[in-house]
Design a protein around this ligand. Structure first.
Ligand code: 13P
Length: 248
C-alpha cells in the first residue's frame, strides 16, 4: 500500500517569517488526513521551518544537495547539513536545476546515491519538454533519465525513493497534463522501474505528478491508480490552495 504524498516545492520563494506563517496556517487548516505532507523550502529557511513543524505531521524537504560530503564547493549544501536541519526529503534533478543550472544526469545520479547513503529520501524529478513530447520522444526521454539517474541505485534503495513526473511544459504555465497524459507517463515510469527492479519493488515506489497542480484538478489527477500524489509549485505558497490539494 502506497501512502499518498503531497509535497510543496516553494522554489525561491518565502522568507523565514512568511514561511513560518504559511506552515502554521497549513497545519491548522489541513485537519486529520491519511495523506503524507511535506514542504520543500529554501535552504536558509530549513532550521526555522523545522522548528515550526515540530508539533505537526508535516515533513521537511530541501530542494537540492551536493553529492560530496564537504569541500571546496562554494555555494553548495551537503547531505549532512540538510540532516542537521531536520530534513527528511530532498528534491533532486528538478527540471529548473537541469535546464537553468545545467545539472547533468550523472550529477543527479551521484546526488541520489549520496541521499540514500545519508538516509535522506530523494524525490527524483524527470520529465520531457514540449518539443520532445511533440516529436513523440517522451518515452525515450523518460527512460534515459531513469536509466542514467538510477544507474547504480540498488533495489533496496529504489524501494525508498519517490519519483516525480513533471512535464516541463506544464510547470508554472497553468497547462496541466490531462489525467490521461499524466497516467500514461507515470504508467510508463512504473513499467520501467518494474523491468529494472521487479514488480515488488516498483509497486512500493511512490510516483507523483507535478505541473500546475491546483485544488480544482487534484481529484482528477489522483484518480489514476499509478499516481500517488503531487509535487506542487505555485499552489503550495498559499495555505488555502495547498490545504485544498491535501484534502482533495
Ligand atoms: P507549478 O505547480 O508551479 O507548475 O510547479 C511545479 C513544480 O515545478 C513542482 O516542483
Amino acid at each position: 500500500m502506497r501512502i499518498p504524498f503531497i509535497a510543496g516545492n516553494w522554489k525561491m520563494n518565502m522568507t523565514c517569517q512568511s514561511g513560518i506563517k504559511l506552515v502554521e496556517a497549513i497545519s491548522e487548516g489541513m485537519g486529520d488526513t491519511d495523506v503524507e505532507v511535506a514542504v520543500c523550502c529554501p535552504a536558509t529557511l530549513l532550521h526555522s521551518i523545522h522548528d515550526a513543524l515540530k508539533h505537526t505531521d508535516i515533513k521537511l524537504g530541501a530542494q537540492n544537495m551536493h553529492w560530496e560530503d564537504s569541500g571546496a564547493f562554494t555555494g553548495e549544501i551537503s547531505a549532512d547539513m540538510l540532516k542537521e536541519a531536520g530534513v527528511s526529503y530532498v528534491i533532486l534533478g528538478h527540471s529548473e536545476r537541469r535546464q537553468i543550472f545545467g545539472e547533468t544526469d550523472d550529477q543527479i545520479h551521484m546526488k541520489l546515491k549520496k541521499a540514500f547513503q545519508k538516509l535522506l529520501t530523494p524525490i527524483l524529478c524527470i520529465g520531457e519538454t514540449l518539443e520532445e513530447r511533440e516529436a513523440e520522444r517522451m518515452n525515450e526521454v523518460l527512460e534515459t533519465q531513469l536509466q542514467k539517474n538510477t544507474e547504480t541505485v540498488t533495489p533496496e534503495e529504489a524501494a525508498k525513493m519517490v519519483v516525480a513526473y513533471e512535464p516541463i511544459w506544464a510547470i508554472g504555465t497553468g497547462k496541466t497534463a490531462t489525467p490521461d497524459q499524466a497516467a500514461e507517463a507515470i504508467g510508463l515510469i512504473r513499467k520501467w522501474l518494474s523491468s529494472k527492479y521487479g514488480d515488488t519493488i516498483s509497486e512500493q515506489i511512490r510516483i507523483l505528478y507535478g505541473g500546475s497542480v491546483k485544488p480544482e484538478n487534484t481529484t482528477e489527477i489522483m484518480e489514476s491508480e499509478d499516481i500517488d500524489g503531487a509535487l506542487v509549485g505555485g499552489a503550495s505558497l498559499k495555505a488555502e490552495d495547498f490545504i485544498g490539494i491535501i484534502n482533495f
